[in-house]
Design a protein around this ligand. Sequence first.
Ligand SMILES: [Zn+2]
Length: 438
Amino acid sequence: MGRAEKPSARRPAIQLNVKTILNKIQPHAGFVLQDIRLQGRRGRPERIEITVRAQASMQGRCSRCQRPVPGDDQLEEREGQHVPLWAIPTWFRYAPRRVECPEHGVVVEYIPWNEGKRRLTTAMMGFLARWARRRSWRKTAQVFQVRWEAVYRSVAWFVAWGLAPRELKEVESIGVDEIHWGRGLRASNFLTVVYQIDAHCRRRLFVGKGRSKRTLRQGLKVLGPEVVQGLRFVCSAMWKPYLEVMAAQAGEALQVRDRFHITMPLNQAVDQVRRTESMRLRGASPAAAQQLKHTRWALLRRGSHVRGRARQKLNALLASQLQTARAWELKEAFAHFWKYRSVTWAGAFLDYWTWRAMRSRLEPMKKVARMLRAHEPLLLNWFRANGEIYAGAVEGLNNKIRVITRRSYGFRTFEAMEVALYHTLGRLPEPESTHRYC
Ligand SMILES: [Zn+2]
């Protein structure tokens, strides 16, 4: 609805009724609102029915090419659920004509507020889809009194609309990641996700089942050979199949390791040291074991982000002679690496850090050090790509995806989740809406 306007002397105020409002915000040339009825029982409004009729003087349009074509043969009345008015379920009713197009033969006419035989009007689908991005699909269905499937189909329609004309030009940097989904560690519990991580645009481009070479090849096929060969930076999880496919298909692109993919194994190593030590101490030194209890969260956060009582506990732990404390210090020291601007200095720091880690006598930390050494050129590429890739992109998108997949109880199928991921992270173009609330 339009801006709030002051009633002016020149423009007479309009007597409002539903027909006027609808004609104002949702006019459909060639159709008139015949009748709007409020139905209900015992004075309680239950349903609004908007009956539409075609203007006799106007020909119907072919539903495939939208050209005006002859035909008056009326079909049975159809209903489409519309955006609720004042929270009252609202329906459009219309008996479409059968028309005869010289090109497409006898077809049902084009109905501008509805698509095919769908039970929801396009305005309603856009309305539900927009709300579904703010609330869970289940909540959206509940609030607007439709079935979960209606929300799902609306979002799917919305996404399909946006995918159709998708421009993939100007994709220069992509991130490739594996996401765990559901329970267990079977191949079917992983998804491969490809994002665009350019400084100017960050969005999700592809999601596929599994994390094999085949999955990623499918993803690259979606992007098309032109985009893949034009890539400048690829930031992927340290997963061998990905690295191999990317090297084979986008050989020109610089392979980059970003902070997120280094921080994860570092954190895992610290946690492993903590668990092993905690087990060892349980028998020998209960007091020391007590110190390690409930510290996991504080240990894995960035040091500067730990405050209050957690900080006190962490400080006490760090003052101890425990292996966990040394592992934590190594992890924290590594954060410095990302502050460098020069490739040379970053390389020197990496050498120093891995040297320290190799002498730490902490096997998990040594393992990380070996991995970092093996990936050194890729790690340093981060500094060569400086500024071209948005630093937090991978982590940010990854976290968002985790939030969405965690809600996955609502998404009974992979297809539904795929739609959800496009919907929230795809940055797709959207259909215009006459009933836009959000
Ligand atoms: Zn046609």
